[in-house]
Design a protein around this ligand. Structure first.
Ligand code: ADP
Ligand code: MG
Length: 255
């Protein structure tokens, strides 16, 4: 692990994401409560918290996969509203990787990576393929380009999912438990890919229970419980000196 990954100077004072007094309900269920969060360009945030605390919902709100009902979310200066035009702008800036890789099974790895650039971005096919190969090399599986997802291991498929996201040239990457569906021996290869993205200076929000990754890569760890951000701190302080009782309980269960 390069020492640079934790260097504070990697963070700019330019705001990448600003969330203010954001609230969300599913019907009458108040799932996110008064979320305030400012993420700076180049910053890497790990979100931890018990199952059902609203972690996925929060990051899904950031790229408008879920709608919020109160407060505001601004991504790269674009206010996220119900205006479909803004949603498209934000989605083109924000890549997302899910627990289940969601690759298209009937398309090759290369085609999975070029589909959106060609059809959404109107990138010429040859250029899209060159970009795809560049990112497949970055995630260290260029030799799998002509195979189908079903022929790859889970760890390889997740690395394809990361490469596919990168092909859209996002400025921000959101990860929702990208390793929790993987066998233990495959977790490291995916985390290594994420570390390498971190070293490139990508702005990242990662929901993960990989606390080793959080210590190594995060500038800030955010702890959520019952729809609220209850504590946040730099990793050393967060792990060694948690303040909130719910954080202490959570850490005692997972560490
Ligand atoms: P986490 O990712 O922290 O496990 P989620 O954001 O997935 O939590 O879910 C937070 C809460 O919202 C949970 O109680 C969950 O059951 C509920 N929830 C999530 N998605 C929906 C939905 N589409 N409709 C209704 N409730 C939902
Ligand atoms: Mg979740």
């Amino acid at each position: 692990m390069a020492e640079t990954a934790n260097a504070p100077m990697a963070i700019s004072d330019e705001v990448a994401i600003q969330i203010q007094s954001m609230n969300k309900w599913f019907g009458s269920f108040h799932v996110l409560r008064d979320i305030d969060l400012t993420v700076y360009r180049g910053e890497r945030i790990v979100i931890a918290g018990p199952s059902g605390s609203g972690k996925s919902t929060l990051i899904r709100c950031i790229n408008a996969l879920e709608e919020h009902q109160k407060g505001s979310i601004t991504v790269d200066g674009t206010l996220l509203s119900s205006d479909i035009k803004n949603i498209d702008t934000i989605r083109s800036e924000v890549g997302m990787v899910f627990q289940h890789f969601n690759l298209f099974p009937h398309l090759t790895i290369l085609e999975n990576c070029t589909l959106a650039p060609i059809w959404v971005r109107k990138t010429p096919k040859r250029e899209a393929e060159e970009t795809a190969m560049h990112f497949l090399e970055k995630v260290k599986i260029p030799e799998q380009a002509n195979k189908y997802p079903g022929q790859l291991s889970g760890g390889q498929q997740q690395r394809v999912a990361i490469a596919r996201s990168l092909c859209m040239k996002p400025r921000i990457m959101l990860f929702d438990e990208p390793t929790s569906a993987l066998d233990p021996e495959m977790i490291k290869e995916v985390l290594d890919t994420m570390v390498s993205l971190a070293e490139d200076g990508m702005t990242m929000i990662c929901v993960t229970h990989e606390m080793g990754f959080a210590r190594q890569v995060a500038h800030r760890v955010i702890f959520m419980d019952a729809g609220q951000i209850v504590e946040q701190n730099e990793p050393e302080e967060f792990f060694n000196n948690p303040q909130n009782e719910r954080t202490k309980l959570f850490l005692s269960q997972i560490l």
